[in-house]
Design a protein around this ligand. Sequence first.
Ligand SMILES: [Zn+2]
Length: 178
Amino acid sequence: MVPQVIKLCCQGCGADLEVSEEVRFLTCNYCHSKLEVVRDVTSTHTRVLEKLERATDQIVGNLKVIELQNDLERLDREWESTRQSLLIRGQNGGLYKPSILAAVIGGGAPIIGGIVFATFAGRHTMGWFPLIGIVFSCFGFINLATGLSKASAFQNKQAEYERLREQVVRLIERERGV
Ligand SMILES: [Zn+2]
């Protein structure tokens, strides 16, 4: 007696399958899931025994990408709050990125102004008056030093953030197979 062909539906991908009725285990030609034919009282259907490993790998890969994207977002958030904490308040109340140029201008102006004042006052007046210029110059040097150290702290933190971000972006690209 020739075995009858029965129509089944793959539980893995939904494809229509035709198998002879004596078959119990099969592999779907479309999604390559390993299936078992289950015969109930009212129906015959398939049950997935083993999905294609590539599908599982892909899911793991996707999870890794999601995890890495979360890392990226966390990195961006952390940098944003670090950046905010490193900004300096300008005279008009605005916040500025500390830069070497700003430090040189902010420190250089009182240094030069102080020296000019001290020289001029020293020529024309006596006593402590020229000292005001010296004090002014000293403030300028302090300004210059703190300005430069803030600018370099900002640059270092930014470089560190960009390096880490680059690494995570590269990992995501690798995971996606770009
Ligand atoms: Zn299938």
